[in-house]
Design a binder for this molecule. Structure first.
Ligand code: PEP
Ligand code: MN
Length: 336
């Protein structure tokens, strides 16, 4: 209640969220207070006037939340991965007029995310939003979850009218990164933020290291720079248009270069096939990565970019070579 009161006082918070049922990786972690908490949420709404939201992970959660007058629901990342569960929730929501947010599934699969949104939409829910909370990855970086910003961007391209908010708390996993992720989301034209807050972060029963005090949240929100999504000044548009043309030219160029690179890879593939050499030559690949890392860094490109791009290019080369290895149509020009 204290957190809710503080947040309401900021006059910058539009919705109060709280996890009543919390899916946890290991048993014996705090899994939420359950139905009792729905009464607390109702009190928050009565005292502060803020609409309240909670996570639902099955049909029973939906019925309970609706019974207590919760204003908005969200489907968590560990639920949106499961089409059966999403369908169960969608069926429970049929005929209900409520806003439903769908968090991205924990794995970076845009079709699964869209599929969950479609299930909710097919149940007749009109107010749907998406929440970008990052993706699980075996690669450990400073963030708890990988943002993979291209996925929410692609989601927006596929469903242009869908509001998307960002959950920087779950992407960051640590207070220190929440501001930079929030700013990034604003720069990418997201429609809002879902940020975790607690009056005494150290005492939070879950995700303590990513909680901000209401005061820190206020400070963070006031530091965010809001940029114009659709400039109307024709002069500005002109300059942007010209620069965007340049970007298109470079993108065409990148694609041409990749096509050429794949052709060379295919030639190598034919050579490997004729000489019975394995496709993957680990030492060679190691050399390639080391070389491009050095060059990339000297040009101000992040090791992350180089790593991602070259991994993808390498995979594509392997795929092209595989096709050649497995095809029966060999180059007979060497046959005698
Ligand atoms: C949460 O929002 O508190 C939560 C558990 O989120 P997610 O489903 O994204 O892990
Ligand atoms: Mn949490």
């Amino acid at each position: 209640m204290e957190t809710a009161r503080e947040l309401a006082k900021l006059n910058k918070v539009n919705i109060f969220r709280a996890g009543i049922w919390k899916p946890r990786t290991r048993p014996n972690s705090f899994e939420g207070v359950g139905i009792t908490g729905l009464k607390w949420l109702r009190r928050v709404k009565q005292e502060t006037g803020l609409p309240v939201a909670t996570e639902v992970a099955n049909e029973k959660h939906v019925y309970e939340a609706l019974k207590y007058g919760i204003d908005m629901l969200w489907i968590g990342a560990r639920t949106s991965v499961n089409p059966f569960t999403v369908q169960e929730i969608a069926d429970a929501l049929r005929g209900v007029d409520i806003m439903v947010f769908v968090k991205n599934p924990i794995n970076p699969d845009i079709e699964l995310w869209i599929g969950a949104i479609e299930r909710i939409s097919k149940a007749g829910i009109k107010k749907i939003g998406a929440i970008h909370r990052g993706f699980s990855s075996y690669e450990k970086t400073s963030y708890r979850n990988q943002p993979n910003w291209q996925l929410p961007i692609e989601l927006k391209r596929r469903i242009p009218d869908l509001p998307i908010i960002c959950d920087p708390s779950h992407i960051a996993g640590a207070r220190a990164y929440i501001h930079e992720i929030s700013q990034k989301a604003m720069d990418l034209n997201f429609d809002g933020l879902m940020v975790e807050s607690h009056i005494n972060p150290g005492a939070a029963l879950s995700d303590a290291s990513q909680q901000l005090t209401p005061n820190d949240l206020k400070e963070l929100l006031s530091r965010l720079i809001m940029r114009n999504a659709s400039p109307s000044d024709p002069k500005l548009l002109d300059v942007l248009g010209e620069l965007r043309q340049q970007i298109d030219v470079y993108d065409d160029h990148l694609i041409d270069l990749m096509e050429q690179r794949m052709k060379v890879a295919e030639t190598i593939g034919r050579y490997k096939k004729e000489n019975n050499i394995t496709i993957l030559q680990s030492t060679r690949w190691d050399e390639v990565v080391k070389r491009v890392m050095v060059i990339g860094q000297s040009k101000g490109l992040s090791p992350e970019l180089i790593d991602n791009i070259f991994k993808a290019i390498h995979q594509e080369s392997i795929n092209h070579q595989m096709k050649i290895m497995n095809s029966d149509i060999t180059d007979h020009s060497h046959d005698q």
